[in-house]
Ligand binder design. Structure first.
Ligand code: ATP
Ligand code: MG
Length: 273
């Protein structure tokens, strides 16, 4: 399934297996390419739903971006095809499913486990940023786990090529959005650094740092950077998160520095599965 040279896929090329999950615009199924027996996840999107929600443009961009990324911590998009009523995305199968579910199951992760995930995430983001892609929607629901527990960033629906001054319509949770995006200002790759800090906190604590009852309060806590740590969080972890959660995008710790941070280095070394 190398995808090259370009080959037209049809539904007939696949055996469809169990449903893996339900998405906003359709469902995801386990599937196997008949000729090679290669196992994939087939994401089925209904054109009518895409049109109704005016997201065809976004889907095109997602396909364009994700199909060109090759990194062990980024979910591969092998190709796509469509028929009268549906669009099909041929995706790498993430056998251990959503990281979000694992976090719910455990409540929170230890610092070595957190560091191990954050390191993989930072490596993937460094790769994206080098290709001038910013993800903009890093949150636990968009992280999947491979067969051996390898973290895979999925869902490039909000990703863009930099530079971008696009304003994003705010829907769903604000928890992972940096001040500059909430305030509708121009933003760049530094937005992903903020999200990395939010996620690191959430992995260790069990909920995101600026959680509040309503949108207004979450908003307020984010722009104030109203950050507090439970007692059990180590000094090193606090330092790491605080250096990412800087209001000024320019002051956030860069990915190369994050990957060299003593807490990340030491904790990810003591990680064992
Ligand atoms: P979006 O997050 O862009 O709104 P969605 O939520 O509609 O999309 P997905 O998140 O892509 O749809 O998929 C729905 C669910 O299916 C996921 O939460 C996950 O549990 C499962 N799933 C999706 N892709 C895969 C995959 N490649 N491997 C295993 N499970 C997957
Ligand atoms: Mg999703």
């Amino acid at each position: 399934m190398s995808g090259e040279p370009k080959r037209e896929w049809t539904l007939n090329d696949f055996e469809i297996g169990k449903p893996l999950g339900r998405g906003k615009f359709g469902n995801v199924y386990l599937a196997r390419e008949k000729r090679t027996k290669f196992v994939v996840a087939l994401k089925v999107l209904f054109k009518s739903q895409l049109q109704k929600n005016n997201v065809e443009h976004q889907l095109r961009r997602e396909i364009e971006i994700q199909s060109h990324l090759r990194h062990p911590n980024i979910l591969r998009l092998y190709g796509y095809f469509y028929d009268e009523s549906r669009v099909y995305l041929i995706l790498e199968y993430a056998a251990q499913g959503e990281l979000y579910k694992k976090l719910q199951e455990y409540g929170r992760f230890s610092e070595p486990t957190t560091a191990n995930y954050i390191k993989q995430l930072a490596t993937a983001l460094e790769y994206c940023h080098r290709k001038h892609v910013i993800h903009r929607d890093i949150k636990p629901e968009n992280l999947l786990l491979g067969l051996k527990g390898t973290l895979k960033i999925a869902d490039f629906g909000w990703a863009v090529h930099t530079p971008s001054s696009r304003r994003r319509t705010l829907c769903g949770t604000l928890d992972y959005l940096p001040p500059e995006m909430i305030e509708g200002k121009a933003h760049d790759a530094n937005v992903d650094l903020w999200s990395l800090g939010v996620l690191c906190y959430e992995f260790m604590v069990g909920n995101p740092p600026f959680e509040a009852e309503g949108h207004r309060d979450t908003y307020r806590r984010i722009v104030k950077v109203d950050l507090h740590f439970p007692d059990y969080i180590s000094e090193g972890a606090r330092d790491f998160v605080s250096k990412l959660l800087q209001h000024d995008p320019e002051k956030r710790m860069r990915l190369d520095m994050a990957l060299q941070h003593p807490w990340l280095v030491s904790q990810s070394q003591s990680f064992s599965d």
